[in-house]
Design a binder for this molecule. Sequence first.
Ligand code: CA
Length: 369
Amino acid sequence: MTLAAIERVETLRVRWQEGDPPGRRSAIVRISAGGHVGYGEASPMLGGEHSLGIVDRDLAPELIGRDVHDTGILYDRLLHKCIKLGPEGAATGALAAVDLALWDLRGKLLGLPVYKLLGGAWRTEIPFYSSIGNNFGRSVDETLRVVEARLKDEKPAAIKIRLDGDRTTQDFDIAGDMAKARAVRKLVGDGFPLGFDANNLYSAGGAIRMGRVLEDLDYLWFEEPVQHYDIHGMGEVARKLDITVSAGEQSYTIQAVLDLIRAGVRMLQPDIVKMGGITGLMKCAALCQAHGVELVPHQTQPTLAHMANLHVLSTIMHLTKPAEYADPTGRMDIAFETPLRPRNGHFALRDAPGLGLEVKAAELERRLI
Ligand code: CA
């Protein structure tokens, strides 16, 4: 039985401002059926070009005529069609973009918000944490100035300091990193929830030294202490430290997420635009619930993916940490009727059909590459 046959699949490569590097662009997929359109996006790593190429060449022909509502079947059919293209990275990003567009479209066809289709929301107001990057190259004072501004502007429920250094260096300046962690704790005061993201910059030994300091400073979590592909090392650090060690933003399948859980990582951070969209992240949620580990998704895109992430988070019973909020610039707001903005430390889900974001198609078309 086909309820709504997919009629059209389009890929949109969007440059928001002149001179945007590839990582600041958007890789959008638009799917049409029954007089409605749904929007999704892939991770914009390297512009998302590779994912959109896979959508155009390999996924779109498979999708035409299929039922919009068969999201589970389509996810696995397309994943296994592309299994030798990865399956990690560009291929799962392509699947994510398609999946998000299908869920948005399903909601619009049925007149329901996505969270209702997922089984209902435990909460429709989701607290967020300010995710503050690029601190590797900053002095202690510069780091403090940026943290102070975000704290004042956004009033977040928590703050995460990211190093974002060059992954070809290791244990580059642990003493300097400790000084930044100490200064930020002093700035925000005792009891304010803090996370520290190493972005894979430490050896296992260096990570354990750093982790002990973060424990003393009462940080809540220590993110990606070692290289993401060193599953054993990640697990070793997680098991040796008391602080919660998190990882998983560079895991692209449920099996890769399970590998981290088995290694001993107790907080998982898969990203909705990297590892299979809403369908993929809901599977991760079940996996994490079954193993008693925290699911705190990685999420850097400020519009479609952010909203999709919030829908999934609303359905999680044990939501232990706020949602990531990485890009407060509003640089993409022009393409949405009612852009998503934080209020009182929260983002609110909407009851509008689908993801709840109305796209101004003409503004997107104007910015196509
Ligand atoms: Ca991270």
